[in-house]
Design a protein around this ligand. Structure first.
Ligand SMILES: [Zn+2]
Length: 183
């Protein structure tokens, strides 16, 4: 009788297991494991797949290496200047990394200073010694201030993209590297 009940339980379990699997497939949910491939959290372009005989993943596009933690359903990038971790929620990656707060403050402070200070200095000097009214070079300070602002803004934008490893930026960087390498 007990044996029968156990068998019945097992049948029930298998059945609910099958239902669970089917639900997974229907909702597109899947867990993090070493048998499947996932979109790369760094470049959001390539696919990461497990390396043979290792608890690690590698991206086929940006070539980053990640160590996996299946218990926590997370991966950690091993060959990047930024220590970054992502957690798999069944559909997509969620950033779980703690960027160094002190460094973040320094990056933003230096960035703001680099963007604002030089144009303000030029603006100050052009207001202290304004060009003569109607002279041929009267337009020069305005153009020079705008140019200074945009070049510094681009530079700081690049710094922040590198610091936060913005996926679109990483993809562009690898494309550019490939294009230059192919020549
Ligand atoms: Zn990648």
């Amino acid at each position: 009788m007990t044996g029968f009940t156990q068998q019945g339980d097992r049948a029930d379990n298998t059945q609910s297991g099958t239902v669970f699997k089917r639900d997974q497939q229907l909702s597109g949910w899947r867990d993090l494991n070493y048998q499947e491939t996932y979109v790369c959290p760094v470049c959001r372009h390539g696919q990461i797949a497990a390396l043979t005989l290792m608890d690690a993943f590698a991206c086929d596009f940006c070539r980053h290496i990640f160590t996996g933690n299946l218990l926590e359903q997370s991966i950690h990038v091993e060959d990047s200047s930024q220590p970054m971790t992502w957690r798999w929620n069944g559909h997509t990656w969620k950033a779980a990394n703690q960027l160094d707060l002190d460094l973040t403050i320094v990056v933003w402070f230096v960035g703001l200073a680099l963007v604002l200070l030089p144009p303000v200095l030029i603006w100050l000097s052009s207001h202290t010694f304004p060009p003569m009214q109607g002279s041929t070079w009267a337009w020069f300070p305005t153009v020079w201030i705008s140019l200074t602002f945009f070049t510094h803004f681009t530079f700081v934008g690049w710094l922040l993209a590198e610091y936060y490893q913005v996926p679109a930026y990483v993809t562009c960087k690898i494309r550019l590297r490939d294009a230059l390498g192919r020549r």
